[in-house]
Design a protein around this ligand. Structure first.
Ligand code: B12
Ligand code: SF4
Length: 423
């Protein structure tokens, strides 16, 4: 059967460059291909010529997304329909995260009108809000959980609940060759890898616990090294990015992995937490080619960190920043603004904290209580207006922090990063 798997557009409406490949869909594509299907993965959000938007621009460009959603003549929908015409799939699979829910439903509407036989939805949002997805008459079936083995079942069943995959080495490597417009991707774009699934923590703004039950399943080190070697050989990738929720959560494994990565002579970056950073681990990471560490610091106010159930304190961050600086390992810090319970004094504390710990780059998002999170449940949200419900959206308001203050933060952040680039 001919299957088209789609990652719906979101940032592209705002002319925002996206660097990430839809890894989940590429995993599914590899399994489906093994079973004899002809598969294409279309990342409708990929925009290599887009701009790297600054925080203020993100807020200001947000209405472009809302406009795009309601404008059937938008060039992005033309492109979406053009890909359908080109491939003429029998089955379409749509990946949904909450930010892309509206956009995904629009694709389902367009493709159903173009005559596709079956539309299957999966992804994080489908797993967390299955009823909200399946009640749409364009959707024929849904998969809750990981799609590699479950997609096939969704060809005949309406609602599939996937068993958790316990041996990740058993699944085929994500098939990047199945990307529609593969030629547009750089070797670095293709170097995104996930070496584990799940996270042992339960921050109140994150849905990881609901998705994975705080159980982390790791791939074997041999299996990860094999994928890196394959990407190096096949696409010439020299720069890799581990997108694990918390890459260094098992210290011994990280050290063993670094020892093996070192032999490959590559550069790499990862996501981690401040409390998982130590002298020994950073020494190993740097020595094996790590060139950037990204951390969700979220806030510089201990009170807000408590609300977030972050389980790190400012002292952890100060200590981690010193270790990173001593090892000359650049780092990026992610923050949020507008968390319930946060006020403008807390925001000022965050900005002071940034000046104190001096990350190399910073990134801010506007707090959004995504489904599946403790804060979503606490706020008791029922009827969500997904058009406005978004980490770019200045329409979000869940705290005493005003939009003016958020824009002030945006100015600070953009100026900070500009100065960082000049230094
Ligand atoms: C890499 C990543 C990103 C990348 C890009 C991801 C991409 N491909 O576009 C970047 C940095 C851009 C990003 C940004 C954001 N992200 Co993000 N991201 C991730 C991360 C860490 C990994 C995604 C991944 O590849 N996972 C690995 C694969 C194997 O899993 P998967 O994608 O879920 O796919 C599996 C299943 O879901 C299912 N499946 C998926 N699609 C389909 C489709 C069909 C038809 C079927 C049957 C099955 C199926 O099968 C797949 C294989 O098992 C996840 C966390 C995580 N560990 O998953 C968060 C996550 C997806 N992100 C999240 C969020 C909130 C965001 C942001 C809003 C964060 C922010 N505040 O800025 C933005 C929004 C970006 C946007 N464009 O809308 C949330 C989503 C929450 C939600 N309710 O939707 C997650 C789950 C993190 C979390 N725990 O809270 N993200
Ligand atoms: S925010 Fe990061 S550390 Fe916290 S639960 Fe989510 S993935 Fe884990």
């Amino acid at each position: 059967m001919k299957i088209l798997l789609v990652d719906p557009p979101f940032q592209k409406f705002m002319d925002f460059k996206k660097y990430y490949i839809p890894l989940g869909l590429l995993y599914i594509a590899a399994e489906l291909e093994k079973r004899g299907h002809e598969v294409w993965v279309y990342d409708a959000d990929y925009h290599p010529k887009g701009k790297s938007l600054e925080f203020l621009e993100k807020i200001e460009h947000y209405p472009l997304y809302i406009e795009g959603l309601t404008n059937c003549k938008h060039k992005i929908w033309d492109e979406v329909m053009g890909v359908f015409e080109d491939i003429k799939p029998d089955i379409v699979g749509i990946s949904l995260i909450s930010t892309k829910f509206m956009s995904g439903m629009k694709i389902a509407d367009l493709y159903k009108k173009m005559g596709v036989k079956r539309i299957i939805c999966g992804g994080v949002h489908t797993s967390l809000r299955p009823e909200e997805v399946i009640r749409n008459s364009d959707i024929d079936s849904i998969v809750i959980g990981e799609g590699e083995y479950a997609f096939d079942r969704a060809l005949t069943e309406r609602k599939v609940i996937a068993d958790r995959i316990t041996n990740l080495d058993d699944i085929v490597f994500p098939e990047r060759d199945r990307l529609y417009n593969l030629a547009d991707y750089s070797p670095t774009d293709l170097g995104m890898i996930i070496s584990s699934r799940g996270c042992p923590y339960n921050c109140s703004f994150c849905c990881s616990e609901k998705l994975w039950g705080r159980r982390v399943i790791f791939r074997s080190i041999d299996n990860i090294i094999e994928e890196i070697k394959l990407l190096k050989y096949k696409y010439g990738t020299k720069d890799f990015y581990f997108i694990d929720d918390s890459f260094t959560c098992d210290k011994n494994r990280t050290i063993r992995l670094c020892d093996r990565i070192k032999e490959l002579n590559i550069a790499w970056s990862c996501l981690t937490r401040a409390d998982l950073i130590s002298e020994s681990i950073i020494h190993k990471m740097k020595d094996s080619g790590c060139k950037m560490v990204k951390m969700g610091l979220e806030s510089g106010s201990q009170k807000v960190l408590g609300i977030m159930n972050k389980r790190t304190d400012k002292e952890d961050v100060i200590r981690a920043s010193e270790i990173l600086r001593n090892h000359r390992l650049p780092w990026t810090a992610y923050f949020m603004v507008g968390t319930p319970g946060e006020n403008e004094k807390d925001v000022e504390e965050t900005l002071d904290f940034i000046r104190e710990v001096k990350p190399d780059f910073i990134s801010f998002a506007i707090f959004t209580p995504y489904p599946g999170t403790l804060l979503f449940d606490k706020l008791g949200l029922t009827d969500i207006s997904y058009h406005f419900f978004n980490h770019h959206s200045g329409f979000n308001k869940f705290s005493d922090v005003s939009l003016e203050k958020i824009k002030e933060v945006a100015h600070f952040s953009d100026k900070y990063n500009k100065e960082a680039r000049c230094n």
